[in-house]
Design a protein around this ligand. Structure first.
Ligand SMILES: C[S@@+](CC[C@H](N)C(=O)[O-])C[C@H]1O[C@@H](n2cnc3c(N)ncnc32)[C@H](O)[C@@H]1O
Length: 242
């Protein structure tokens, strides 16, 4: 939730009427005080679920923001961890927050669009957190292809996906309302701010990963429990490059 130290309503409004990149440049100094940063609980559960899939040497955090996923990768990778994002403001905050430690992997930061990643066969683990809503469904195959190329053969691309809220629930209506408001904003205003909550359904995502060449499995993230129908509340998508 937002705190008094976090962005004001006015600051959020200015950001929302900027481009996606500029919006994050403006939000960067207060980003870690917003609910948009991936919470520590998710980061810890992610670390616990991914660790048995290792060991890993080199890790990539795609759309790293202020470095939440870089922190996870620093605990999982031996040699090098790279955060990539297109917002200079977010990368500046990330750089200041992660000074590295002598015994740990080297940490570096790269400014790039995730749809044009400057890596080839460089990593054995990639992850992405909280950023898929910034890509339209038609951009997903290109995004996945970029990550595929960045991985070495056998490398893993992992990310958590929560079960969708029950139709008619409060969460259902609030996500639907947000997406409709964003569509109206983007129909009326330039530049667009691309951020949608309901454009990343698991079945379509798996289809796009498989279409890219990944082999996909889904692991329950046990820390989040199960829904009344027995299905996991949160799954980890584990996509292996062939
Ligand atoms: C909600 S933040 C998530 C940050 C971080 N991964 C976390 O979980 O806290 C989304 C991030 O994606 C970045 N982003 C959005 N579209 C991008 C793109 N096309 N290429 C690179 N970064 C992008 C934004 O700059 C922002 O830092």
């Amino acid at each position: 939730m937002f705190t008094p130290q976090g962005p004001t309503l006015r600051e959020l409004a200015v950001q929302a009427f900027s481009s996606t990149m500029r919006g994050y440049d403006l939000l960067a100094p207060k980003f870690d005080l917003t609910p948009y940063r991936t919470p520590d609980r998710v980061l810890e559960a992610l670390t616990d679920t991914v660790r048995p899939l290792g060991p890993f040497e080199r890790g990539l955090d795609v759309c790293c923001g202020t470095g939440a996923g870089v922190g996870v990768l620093r605990g999982l990778c031996q040699e090098r961890v790279t955060g990539v994002d297109f917002s200079v403001g977010m990368l500046d905050v990330a750089r200041a927050a992660h000074t590295g430690d002598p015994g740990g992997p080297t940490v570096d930061w790269v400014r790039a669009d995730a749809l044009a990643l400057p890596f080839e066969g460089a990593f054995d683990l990639a992850l992405s957190l909280g950023a898929f809503g910034h890509f339209l469904p038609k951009e997903r195959p290109e995004l996945f292809d970029q990550v595929y190329e960045a991985l070495r053969p056998g490398g893993l691309f992992v990310f958590p996906v929560g079960a969708p809220p029950a139709v008619g629930s409060r969460a259902y209506w609030s996500l639907l309302g947000f997406d409709l408001a964003m569509r109206a904003r983007n129909a009326l205003w330039r530049p667009p701010f691309v951020m949608y909550y309901r454009t990343f359904p698991l079945a379509d995502v798996v289809d796009d990963l498989v279409g890219t060449g990944f082999t996909v499995r889904l692991l329950p993230m046990r820390e989040f429990g199960r829904r009344p129908d027995g299905s996991p509340r949160v799954r980890l998508v584990v996509a292996a490059r062939g």
